[in-house]
Design a protein around this ligand. Structure first.
Ligand code: FES
Length: 234
């Protein structure tokens, strides 16, 4: 199996246990090594490396005791604790529009009902459905659970309030507030988990990941511009 195929075929649970996410993940993902293997390689003890596939299989079996509830449905806070915001008002420090949830390794995104989508009607609905962006029937707002792992080589990306968008610290991939790819080496838009907003609390199913949101085209683009026009190159 080609290296990239191995990487893309791993579940989020395997990936997180193997690499732990973060900047180190870029090298881990590039080489297809476990964290222990990477450390051994670093100190010159390449001999005796454990095969990734066998490590992965063992980890999957003991995964629940290692990573708690990640990999299943995770009940988060009540919906009222995630206030929606317009694009230019997203502020992760102040808790407006975007929220980091460690247990789900996700960013919860909550867009106002007035979000200026570029598409309308059934065209908009089709793209929202395919990208797992859910409209709340009670107030018209939009929700998504964006997986923190960059789809380039696996670093954890951050929401940058100064950029009003997501930026990856490793190689600069840039994603808009809704997870759409904007620029950089990422081969597609950010992955997102299934989100359930039907109850009192937000529920994220970290066992169901949409890894198929392609680079937006002129006919699928949801948001054309950054919410604020500032350089965001660092
Ligand atoms: S891992 Fe390379 S841009 Fe994110």
């Amino acid at each position: 199996m080609a290296q990239n195929d191995k990487e893309s075929s791993r579940t989020p649970q395997e990936y997180e246990v193997l690499s732990g996410g973060g900047a180190e993940s870029a090298e881990i993902a590039r080489q297809g090594l476990s964290r222990r293997q990477l450390l051994r390689g670093t100190i010159g003890l390449a001999a005796g490396l454990i095969g990734v596939e066998s490590v992965g299989a063992g980890i999957v079996m003991i995964y629940p005791t290692l990573v708690g509830k990640f990999g299943s449905k995770i009940t988060l806070q009540p919906k009222k604790n995630y206030p929606a915001a317009p694009l230019a008002g997203f502020d992760i420090e102040k808790g407006k529009g975007v929220f980091y949830e460690y247990t789900a390794l996700s960013y919860i995104v909550h867009l106002t009902k007035d979000t200026p989508w570029q598409l309308h009607g059934q065209e908009l609905q089709n793209i929202l459905d395919s990208e797992w962006i859910v409209q709340d029937p009670t107030d018209g707002t939009y929700w998504a659970a964006i997986y923190q792992r960059c789809v380039h080589l696996g670093c954890k990306f951050n929401f940058r309030t100064d950029c009003r968008s997501f930026k990856c610290p490793c190689h600069g991939s840039h994603y808009n507030n809704d997870g759409e790819w904007l620029s950089g080496p990422a081969p597609r838009s950010a992955d997102r988990f299934e989100i359930d907003i039907s109850g009192k609390n937000i529920v994220v199913n970290t066992g169901k990941l949409n890894q198929h949101v392609q680079h937006p085209s002129p006919t699928t683009l949801l948001l054309t511009e950054l919410p604020v026009q500032i350089p965001c190159n660092t």
